[in-house]
Design a protein around this ligand. Structure first.
Ligand code: FES
Length: 565
């Protein structure tokens, strides 16, 4: 029998109007699974399993979860798995981003509704980790993140390949006519060859590093490859710690704090992480009532060097990062800039963790602060008449020659319009023009797709143009690169000035001044605003809930009713 009425199986009883009857009934049905009364009296560790037949990145989860269970049982707990929404990045329409909040609601409510004293969150693919941290933070039950780990890179004709930076690189060559159908098919079969998440510093790897920097994943676990035995040992240890967190009552609000969020923001910049990381971190922060200001992002960016030499901005893959010392080596380099008093799920502060760090580093892959890849951070926020509430540029993956430029806008009114016209041989476009994509933001009906990496128009790509300034309210895959201004806020579909741009308008970009400005008179903008047609309202279901409640990128695209601020 459960020792206390508010623990283990006795937590949150189903209402039948008789508490003792509810517990008796629950025990009786739990016994149908073959558990003894003694086993049912142990602390319960829920294991949130986000695997599914659609999710290649999570195909190692059955083995990982077995290892978590081993750790829970060895420490005197009772593991109970439960399924949640699973988000596989390339499998979801219109985007996985649209369903991140659905997964966070599912995770939060199932943690709260089911009897568990702690939860192990098992996630990996891009949106799954932020969704789980958001949900668990709001649920307030002791929680620990287990990351699925990155894939191992593969080989194609002597060249290393890894999704999805190399997906884009080869596709751009195919579009430019440099590769034939047979070769692109060969590449397609070798881009993703093992279980695990994309093996570059894309969104999944960025969020893994953020989870470790926040302190909600065990130290040293962000970069372990999915197929490495160390990943299974990390899973077992995660199960152990989950039982200890349950007995000590360590809740996520003791781990995810304003200071640990700032640590994570600094790490995001130092690793040259994905632009999506800003959105997810803002959403996680919102769950504890903290705002991530883009002005503060710029301050931190200007004092934080880029240290990690990984694709898409650099040369290496996640398995190299792990072998080079992993996130611990990055944290050690950043030590003087971090809040070392923040707590981790390991039961020690970040400072204590770094004090016992073994200290190995391969400085070709993780550079010292004295000799960084770049003296300033990978991301920068821009403001101006085109983006009054901000926009993001990943300067680490952009062409510096385009940082101070004025261009003529070539406008696409939606992702559908982009797909239809980008390769039109009659498209009026020159290499120095700025490509502008409208109506790809959170409320657009497209679910804020990762199409901010607008392809170079076919005729320019074939002429050898590799980069152009591209501006949108969309997102960009963490694995993409180019001079790309994203997350323009407010978005076009929410009345932002981006929706008022017309082909031929002049736009000025100044990364030095953190500005992005539309050079059109206010009177003309007013006239265009009066002519604008509002986007169609979603009639029903989750799409309606999403459109009615999603916030802009600067607030993490969370739902207004889920934030604590
Ligand atoms: Fe899952 Fe890239 S598709 S992490």
């Amino acid at each position: 029998m459960a020792k206390r009425q508010d623990q283990g199986l006795a937590r949150g009883l189903t209402n039948y109007g008789d508490r003792d009857f509810s517990l008796y009934l629950r025990r009786s049905f739990a016994k149908a699974m073959g558990y003894s009364l003694d086993t049912l009296s142990k602390p319960i560790v829920g294991i949130a399993d986000s695997s599914s037949g659609y999710n290649n990145c999570h195909r190692n989860f059955p083995e990982l979860i077995e290892a978590v269970k081993r750790g829970v049982l060895a420490t005197g707990g009772l593991p109970m798995t439960f399924p949640t929404v699973s988000l596989a990045e390339p499998m979801l329409h219109p985007t996985s981003m649209m369903f991140r909040n659905l997964m966070s609601i599912d995770t939060e409510e199932m943690i709260r509704a089911q009897p568990m004293d702690a939860v192990v969150l098992v996630g990996g693919c891009d949106k799954t980790v932020p969704a789980q941290i958001m949900g668990a933070t709001s649920a307030g039950r002791p929680a620990i993140q287990l990351l699925g780990g990155p894939m191992i890179s593969a080989q194609h004709e002597g060249e290393r390949l890894g999704a999805c930076t190399d997906c884009r690189r080869f596709w751009a060559r195919y579009r430019a006519g440099e590769l034939g159908d047979d070769e692109i098919e060969g590449v397609e079969s070798r881009l993703a060859t093992t279980a695990g998440t994309c093996p570059v510093m894309g969104t999944a790897s960025t969020m893994a590093c953020i989870a470790e920097a926040l302190g909600i994943a065990l130290p040293g676990t962000a970069a372990i490859p999915a197929v490495h035995a160390d990943r299974l040992r990390a899973a077992e240890e995660t199960g152990r710690r989950a039982v200890e967190l349950a007995t000590q009552g360590v809740t996520p609000d003791q781990i995810v704090t304003e200071k640990s969020i700032e640590n994570a923001l600094r790490v995001l910049l130092a690793i040259g992480g994905s632009t999506n990381g800003i959105i997810h971190l803002a959403a996680i922060a919102g769950r504890i009532g903290v705002e991530v200001s883009l002005e503060r992002l710029n301050e931190i960016s200007d004092e934080t060097p880029v240290l990690v030499n990984l694709k898409p901005a650099g040369e290496h893959y996640m398995e190299d990062f792990y072998a080079a010392g992993g996130l611990g080596a990055v944290l050690r380099e950043l030590r003087d800039m971090l809040h070392l008093e923040t707590m981790t799920v390991a039961g020690e502060t970040l400072g204590a963790r770094l004090a016992r760090d073994p200290g190995y580093v391969d400085s070709e892959i993780i550079r010292p602060t004295a000799d960084p890849i770049d003296p300033v951070g990978g991301l920068v926020a821009l403001f101006g008449s085109l983006a009054p509430d901000g926009a993001i540029l990943k300067r680490a993956a952009a062409d510096e020659a385009l940082f101070e430029a004025e261009g003529r806008a070539v406008v696409f009114s939606s992702p559908a319009d982009l797909a239809e016209r980008i390769d039109d041989p009659d498209l009026d476009v020159a290499p120095e023009d700025f490509l502008v994509l409208q109506n790809a933001g959170p409320k657009s009906g497209y679910g804020m797709p990762e199409c901010g990496y607008l392809p170079i128009p076919g005729k320019l790509a074939r002429a050898g143009v590799k980069d152009m300034v591209r501006i949108s309210d969309a997102r960009m895959s963490g694995t993409a690169f180019g001079t790309i201004v994203l997350h323009v806020t407010p978005e076009a579909a929410d009345g932002g000035p981006l929706g008022l741009v017309r082909s031929g308008d002049a736009i000025r970009l100044s990364v030095k001044n953190r500005r992005i400005d539309l050079d059109v008179a206010e009177g003309e903008l007013e006239r265009r605003r009066a002519e604008a047609t509002p986007i169609a309202a979603e009639p029903r279901g989750y799409a309606k809930l999403y459109q009615d409640h999603v916030l802009q990128a600067d607030q993490g695209c969370d739902f207004d009713f889920l934030r604590s601020v």
